[in-house]
Design a protein around this ligand. Structure first.
Ligand code: PLP
Ligand code: COI
Length: 342
């Protein structure tokens, strides 16, 4: 795809083949050299562990172009650290933080023309992934792995005709077990959410909020984003052993506390407490912040409404403003979140 033909104002979150991707193989107990590829195919054994037993992990991060034309990658080291945890969590060779960062930097450099211009609300989405390639039919971890980083320009993930978007909540499905793999960014978690996600879309919702699998009392997260809510100048977000430790959520907690002077509470959030929140949001790299219009508890027939007119709330606006201003370079990065690509 030619970067010159991009319609920056109307980008979707879908896959597009952009510039080169970067690859690296783990063989004989060590990672090899990073290489570039123009192909978006892989060749692996039909018995590779990733294909049968889901030995795969991925990450998602973004690069932004500022008013000054400079390209900024957001919190790359945090994604690298989380990928290491995911590798450990499903017995894959760990991707060293430095190698991860080098690969991401090289991909962004090679895809500079695909970083959307300032002012379109768009970004370059960077997708690192790692998977087991050893042929095994008995269930055991691979000893060979492949790491790939590709990038593509993207727009909004939850796109509707209003600022806010509706979500549903159900006890019918679980995404991850309390001591399972929910804290890791592994493919299996997303496969586990496909049925619930499709059901939500069919019913006109953006996504499903899952409850904690043990007691079905507390909000966990949705299939691609964390949950947060606002009440009494406090930013509240679930504490759980089955959700992803969202880097966007952590950034919003920092902005709420350090810039907006709010209180931050990370704790269990009972479903009934939804009735007391002034605002609610779903946050993640792809989702950015998606302000919640309402959450329908479809099992109980209760609707928790946060916006009656389709407009987002004032705290959401402030959080989004600072997050994007730091990402774009309109506001100084006091937290060491930005890596420049020049
Ligand atoms: N929760 C899940 C299940 C996700 O897939 C994502 C996306 O990465 C998030 C939360 C948000 O995490 P982050 O803000 O690090 O992108
Ligand atoms: C992200 O926000 O980067 C994600 O990975 C979420 C989703 C597209 C799976």
């Amino acid at each position: 795809m030619e970067s010159k033909s991009m319609d920056w104002a109307n980008l979707t979150f879908g896959y597009k083949k952009a510039g080169p991707n970067v690859r690296c193989k783990y063989e004989n107990g060590k990672w090899g050299a990073l290489t570039f590829s123009d192909s978006d195919n892989v060749t692996i054994s039909i018995a590779a562990t990733c294909l049968h037993y889901g030995q795969e992990a991925f990450e998602g991060l973004k690069a932004f172009r500022g008013k000054d034309g400079r390209i900024r990658i957001f919190r790359m080291k945090d994604n690298a650290e989380r990928m290491m945890l995911s590798c450990r969590g499903i017995r894959m060779a760990e991707m060293p933080v430095e190698l991860f960062c080098e690969a991401v930097t090289k991909v962004v450099e090679a895809n500079k023309d695909f970083v959307p211009p300032y002012g379109y609300g768009a970004s370059l989405y960077i997708r690192p992934l790692i998977f087991g390639t050893t042929p095994r039919v008995g269930v055991s971890p691979a000893s060979e792995f492949e790491f790939i980083v590709f990038a593509m320009p993207v727009g909004l993930y939850f796109k509707g005709d209003k600022e806010t978007t509706p979500f549903m909540l159900t006890r019918k499905y679980d995404r991850a077990a309390p001591l399972g793999t929910g804290t890791y960014k592994v493919g299996g978690n997303y496969a586990a959410g496909m049925v619930a996600g499709a059901e939500a879309h069919d019913m006109g919702y953006s996504a499903v909020f899952y409850l904690d699998a043990r007691e079905k009392k507390y909000i966990d997260e949705c299939g691609a984003a964390n949950f947060f809510a606002i009440k009494n100048n406090t930013y509240i977000t679930p504490e759980s052993t089955s959700i992803l430790n969202s880097i966007t959520n952590r950034s919003l907690q920092t902005i709420a506390e350090k810039i907006l002077g709010m209180k931050v509470e990370k704790r269990k959030v009972p479903v009934e407490e939804l009735a007391t929140f002034e605002e609610a949001g779903a946050c993640g790299t792809a989702a950015i912040i998606s302000p919640v219009e309402r959450i329908d508890d479809v099992d109980k027939g209760v609707s928790y409404v946060f916006s009656k007119d389709g407009k987002a709330g004032p705290v959401y606006k402030k959080l989004l403003h600072h997050l994007q201003a730091i990402q774009n370079g309109d506001e100084e990065d006091h937290f060491g979140w930005i890596t420049y690509i020049d």
